[in-house]
Design a protein around this ligand. Sequence first.
Ligand code: PEP
Ligand code: MN
Length: 344
Amino acid sequence: MIIVMEPTASEDQIQKVAKKLESLDFKIVFNRGEVMTVLAAIGDKRLVDPASLASMEGVREVKLIQEPFKLSGRESKAEDTVIDLGNGTKIGGKEPSVVIAGPCSVERNFEGLLKVAQAAKEAGAKVLRGGAFKPRTSPYDFQGMEEEGLKYLAKARQKTGLLIATEVMDTPEIELVAGYADILQVGARNMQNYKLLKALGKVKKPVILKRGPSASIREFLLASEYIIYAGNPNVILCERGVKGFDSHYTRNILDIASIAVIKKYSHLPVIVDPSHATGRRYLIEPMSKASMAAGAHGLMIEVHHDPENASSDGAQSLTVDQFKELMIDLNRLSKLLGEGSRKN
Ligand code: PEP
Ligand code: MN
């Protein structure tokens, strides 16, 4: 930790700061410049609140040297985390990109779900997505089929061999959802539901953590820290766009740079959801390609058997045929980028 003192700080004020830190077992190195004094404090940062330190008389600024996310950061683990999703599918590091595809919501039409699942499987997707518990902006919108939807997903898994990813919205539902799903999803709205994150730390299954609509990358990584700290290291980060000022053409702003930033500071796999990021069907193809080119470890794409009549997010869902075409293109792109050559 670096403490920059004001040029006007008195010797008394400097000593007060130093003594406070020494009392907490920090070792202090004084750097006395012509204009101001800078203290380097070496010790356990958890013992002091940087904000209270910054509020002491004569202190200009307190800077933290290490990243606050200890377990999800590369400072504690340099090598990439590779997560075994089951059925021989791995995600992270230099593993081939994993595509997760399926409708926004599981609907009361099993044949439709199966059609999507079979096409996804044939095209090379490894995971079927679909919400059974739906976080909707309006309470009057379709809220999901709940356990019945989970049963549909399990049946589709049995028929196709695809893995299943689905959202868990609340702590009391974890056991139920984990009883059916291979991968649990935390929705964007729940990224900072710390009780839910802590509870997911007790689960052994991989967790897809979606970035909150207005969360900074640091807040995103700190949210993943909660799950890991509570005991579950199998966290997949999902960039799904953040709120911007222009929602006329895109639902959110897809933060492509976050992929490279996350890979620089964290060892966790990072995937992109171009569907929620853009809200527009025609943008899925270019944004999927951009995400792969930027180094994403996978994609989560909404696909519906009949998007025009979908219960939710039809406008951003690909048709089955569009998805198949996209997968052909993505396979070409991954060859071009060089399978297994993804950079950290
Ligand atoms: C979803 O993936 O079904 C979803 C609701 O997305 P988000 O949480 O990113 O809005
Ligand atoms: Mn959706």
